[in-house]
Design a protein around this ligand. Sequence first.
Ligand code: FSX
Ligand code: SF4
Ligand code: F3S
Length: 314
Amino acid sequence: MTLERDFDQRLLEKGISRRDFMKYCGFLTATMGLASSFVPRVAEVFAAPKQRPPVIWLHFAECTGCSEAVLRSMYPWIDELVLEVLSIEYHETIMAAAGHQAEDNLRMATKKYEGEFICVVEGAISTKDNGVYGKIGGRTFLEIADDVCRKAKAVIALGTCAAYGGVQAAKPNPGGYKGVGDALGISVVNIPGCPPNPINLVGTIANYLLLGKLPAVDDIGRPLFAYGTSIHDQCPRRSHYEHDEFVEEFGSEEAKQGFCLYKMGCKGPDTYNNCPIAKFNDGTSWPVEAGHPCIGCSEPDFWDKMSPFFEASE
Ligand code: FSX
Ligand code: SF4
Ligand code: F3S
């Protein structure tokens, strides 16, 4: 494998050893469900990208937590991601332009890269009454999405709002909010979670750069490498619950109540995501590890279907 020397140098300047970089690539490769023999090729994607696909990143109705999560992705840092792997042509949260200049940038980028760019969408789209309940610069979210997404080579819906409507689509959903795929009737890759784990976006993009195609998805558009298994089936509290010593110490009924969070309302058995393996904040923890039941944030309509999020104790 040939890691470019200047890339090694840039890593060192950031205080990152080559060993740490390779460790991350190993983690990413495993997350993507690829064999360890792919690790050097995944490293090459970041160290010596052969292509830098143009990206137009749209924001609609959401809290921007998804961008926040990506901006805090442990590695590659956002500047690496932005400047070296992708060519971000438009992103409202991190670009300097505002107002008319920003609108012009979007128009120019869409025209210049028509048919070539990846469109990342955050946030839900109002569809009721021609989408009048959500506008930017005088255009409805629906108009903007219809214009931009249809010109993209691929659309990635980042976060549960963009994927399935999220909190905006919770009952009674007065604005008729929907995810981008449903709002436009197009096929998209959904990376849900509120927020989604950044590694699942990086893995989707690395898959595209490495294999020239987007990853295989389940029947609701989620990459199987990340959303193919339930939280419950990967949960360490489940194996501890079945652990002899624990059951011996607390008794099986107490163990169930005190350790597994099911009786507090955990939705892990009905939720598909890789949180127990990928974790958040540089692999520090994830909701159930931190003592909070899973509320099913990567499932469609979780605000309606998964609530109440907590069970009242008797
Ligand atoms: Fe939604 Fe994202 Fe939750 Fe927030 O862009 S998935 S409200 S973390 O910001 O869309
Ligand atoms: Fe399953 Fe939740 Fe219990 Fe973990 S805490 S074993 S995900 S029900
Ligand atoms: Fe969401 Fe459950 Fe993971 S609430 S962050 S899918 S543990």
